[in-house]
Design a protein. Structure first.
Length: 504
């Protein structure tokens, strides 16, 4: 990574520029406000203020593989006609020293200042390794807070999966993963129909069976009781996690300050059709299969790591300690889905689509074991997910962070949120992508691999579906997880293990 000439991040510097006089303070950036700019300011949302604290200063990075070389001029023109119509991509976060109020301030944007197109050797020896080193190096460089917080990197180098790679890097305060992926998809069209937006699968609701009034009344009373009970239990466990409840110190668990360490960004694409085979055979959802694969993959990986540590490297021997507590902070979208069309309209005119960070966290247990029947992983995962569906934990975590912020300020809320996350082992999300092949400003996509870094986890995993593929992206601390490709093997082998168990 050193050959790229990139400077490491300084976590002690200010995170946002200041407005007005700096009173002689160092490391502050003065932004002069022009008269016309004063009329184009917007108060920062609670989530924006939270993500500009030192405890939660994190970034989103989306890697887009293309099947053709990327035309820089076409991308530039496309960005000018889309992203520059969006207020978050044309504003900078500022804080007014006298009042201490954070705002988004409208500014002039030159797309050239946000595009990085290095001149690369198309015949380099290891393009895959170069891409991994390049993306990992981006995690050591903070964005320039005097400009809108995004940039696009174009790498016209042929890798094993694509003929060229585009990278979108932006600060998490601009929006959450759902907003960003939806906005990217709003810039795409179907490969088969250049005028049509891509199709995103929607959940199908089961038809309600006709039942008597008394039976329906009893069902809803039972349902509300379960929601109240599970929410109360999860709220208590959430508060206990803030105070004392920590995950077991496993080879996957990061220590203090892990969120500020350089990251290694890797991904692997597996068959979505194989996941659907398991899904349909067991009457599950793709999310159930994702959780089952994750639980099985973690168990296999930890068993190997513990075996190597104890001198028993065989993966067939059970080397796992008993009573391992391993939890994931799972990201939930708490807003009704606005849809791609609404987000596309947002870039042209004011829309009711809710942009921003509307996410909550759910703390979910991953039982670590080696059962005789591999399908037990999926059964356990489904039981846990079905129970979480009856809880309002995601909304509770969102409301708790907002309430803490209103009472004690952003710094305290950021530290408490970071404390909760640091007491768990992994960050996990699963996002649904288009069902058909799509083009991004005329460039057909081979895969999409979004990820995040800056949170206090040694491992962040993101599942992103696209067409007939499922891409698993990992952001890992190489000091904690030096062999992420082995973890990929364990995840992929778990899916094959489920298929074999079904055939038997």
């Amino acid at each position: 990574m050193g050959s790229l000439g990139l400077k490491p991040i300084d976590t002690k510097t200010e995170i946002e520029p200041k407005i007005g006089v700096t009173n002689g303070q160092k490391n502050s950036t003065v932004v002069e406000i022009e008269p016309e700019q004063e009329q184009e300011e917007e108060p920062a949302s609670p989530a924006t203020r939270l993500f500009h604290t030192k405890s939660l200063n994190c970034y989103i990075l989306a890697i887009l593989g293309c099947t053709t070389k990327i035309n820089r001029d076409v991308i530039k023109k496309g960005l000018e006609s889309t992203l520059l119509n969006h207020p978050r991509f044309t504003s900078i976060p500022v804080v007014e020293e006298k009042k201490g109020v954070r705002k988004w301030m409208k500014t002039r944007v030159n797309v050239e200042d946000h595009m990085v197109c290095p001149d690369l050797d198309p015949n380099m020896d290891s393009p895959d390794e170069f891409l991994e080193n390049y993306t990992s190096s981006l995690t050591t460089i903070p964005l320039d807070m005097t400009k809108p917080l995004w940039e696009v990197h174009i790498l016209n180098v042929k890798t094993s999966e694509a003929d060229a790679v585009g990278i979108l890097k932006l600060h998490h305060s601009i929006g959450d993963g759902m907003s960003i992926i939806s906005l990217i998809l709003a810039c795409t069209r179907k490969a088969s129909d250049p005028e049509a937006l891509p199709t995103i699968p929607t959940s199908t609701k089961k038809e309600k069976t006709k039942a008597g009034f008394l039976r329906q009344f009893c069902y809803y009373v039972w349902y509300l009781c379960m929601v109240f009970w599970y929410t109360a239990v999860d709220a208590v466990l959430f508060l206990a996690t803030i105070l004392f409840l920590k995950d077991t110190e496993t080879p996957m668990k990061g220590g203090a300050g892990v969120g500020h360490n350089p990251r290694r960004l890797v991904h692997r694409t597996i068959s979505l059709d194989d996941m659907k085979i398991v899904k349909n055979a067991l009457n599950l959802t793709i999310n159930d299969v994702v959780m089952g694969i994750t639980q099985a993959g973690f168990s296999r990986y930890l068993n190997r790591r513990y075996g190597n540590k104890n001198g028993r490297g065989s993966s067939k021997t059970n080397n796992l300690p008993k009573n391992i507590r391993l939890r994931g902070s799972i990201v939930f979208n708490i807003r009704p889905s606005a849809g791609i069309k609404a987000l596309a309209e947002m870039m042209e005119k004011k829309s009711k689509a809710k942009w921003g960070n509307k996410i909550g966290y759910v703390l979910t247990q991953f039982p670590i074991s080696l059962p005789d029947n591999p399908l037990d992983y999926i059964r356990q995962a489904k039981t846990i997910i079905d129970r979480k569906k009856l809880s309002l934990e995601s909304r509770f975590s969102f409301a708790a962070a907002k309430l803490t912020q209103d009472i004690f300020g952003s710094r305290v809320a950021g530290k408490l949120t970071s404390r909760v996350l640091s007491h768990t082992t992994v960050l996990l999300s699963n996002m649904v992508g288009p069902q058909e092949e799509i083009t991004f400003f005329g460039h057909k996509l081979a895969y999409a691999a979004p990820t995040i870094y800056g949170l206090p986890h040694a491992l962040a995993m993101h599942f992103q579906s696209y067409y007939n593929k499922m891409t698993i992206s990992m952001s890992v601390d190489p000091q904690v997880i030096p062999d992420p490709y082995q973890l990929f093997d364990d995840l992929q082998d778990s899916l094959h293990m489920f298929k074999e168990a079904l055939t038997k």
